[in-house]
Ligand binder design. Sequence first.
Ligand SMILES: [Zn+2]
Length: 496
Amino acid sequence: MKIYFSGLYQETNSFCPVMTDMGCFQRGYLLQDDAIRKRLNGTNTELGGFFEAVANYPAPIKTIPGMAAWAVAYGPVLRDTFERLADLIVAPLKDSLPVDGVFLSLHGSLVAEHLDDGEGVILKMVREIVGESTPIVCSLDFHAVVTERMLKNADMLIGYRTYPHVDMGETGRRATKALLKLVTEKFRFDTVFRRVPMILPVDNTETIDGSMFEVMERVKNWEKRPGVFSASAFCTHPWVDLKGHGVALLVYVEKSGHGEIEKELSQLADYIWNGRHKFLRNYPDVDAFMQKINEYEKPIAIVDSGDITTAGGMGDSTVLLRNLLSMEERILSAVPIVDAVTLEKAWSAGEGQTIDCSAGGSNDKDAYNLRVPLTATVMRLCDQPLIIKGTSFSGMKLDIGRRALLQVEDSIFLMVLEFTSMMNDPQFWRSMDLEPNSMDLIVQKSHKLFRAGYADIVKSVVTVDTPGCTDRNLKRLPFSKIDRPIFPMDDVKYWN
Ligand SMILES: [Zn+2]
């Protein structure tokens, strides 16, 4: 049996003004040929799961590597970058025809500057190469936006079941097993799909409790039934602006089991819709948080919800920094900021030197990322990659570029970075000899990813309603392509 595989992951934020270029993927990873296995085998990733499922299969399988690329969430992918990545996927496939099956591992919300629905376009290209009779199975993130083009061009789309995400490897194994079954048994099945016209905030859709836990339990139970080959629920990525947006339920089932599942799928869609207001939470704005800051048990992890770099925030917000600096009695605070200008200044000066600078991303006085003038001491400079140790993406090596740890007036430890990256692991600070345990407050630029690594460090977790590219209030963002009406932007009376 001969199976072709590739992976491409980028969660695009349509409102982030900085485009994703090839450098973003090179800093994450961009692998070809045997380098894919060397890097990802044994990791908790979809392709790690693919390698494991193939190795455990009772018959020999020849695997044909294409490409594997990952970039941190950012603005739309540049046209040239998208076309080069797509070529890295399709060229090795064309060279290795015929194949018995294709395993693709995609994120599901990639948008390029010249086209929406990046994954749908890639699946269509692959389908045109292998033809209708070769199975294509694609694993997707829980935050995928499942489009008609994706459904049409993949035999099966199979999603994560956890948020915060911890089941990437398991999803890869499930998807690979489904593919191998399709290749060897050539069974026929029906696709049952339902989209609910709502965009959910990501901060209240954990699968460990609450409504989304209930949704996932029902989805998992479907898959235990005879005749059901795969069942997934997709919560979608709120900050991508494309047609087909909305929470999605997707089941692949034997033709005889179609009717019953369709009925239950509708019931689950109704359950999600009827409980839509329960997903919305109110969080303090920055003024309300600052008034109560001394009431929280420390260390506090404070989630800067408008500037989440794992969802496309630019990481250059100064809203929290400005407020921490204005405190009469300061507290020890660790604050990350993306600012290439200040970084260059720190590197030119060197460790131990004092610099005058301004940190932030904009000079517009009304902007959330307004620059703040500072005098700071350069504590530490580093350009070494980071090995993530927390549960999510454990073992992943990340090039987070050059960075500088600045100390501002004894109380603020400012980590200045060249570009956005995952900042969710305690190693992020420890790589600069700063122990997060010794801080009163650590600013977080992820909604949930930091929680596993910080579980034994922080005593309080507070999400603060701040502005930025990942604004929780979707009504404040300029959506133009999504299907309307949609909840919570519009008052949708009845949908089903
Ligand atoms: Zn996700």
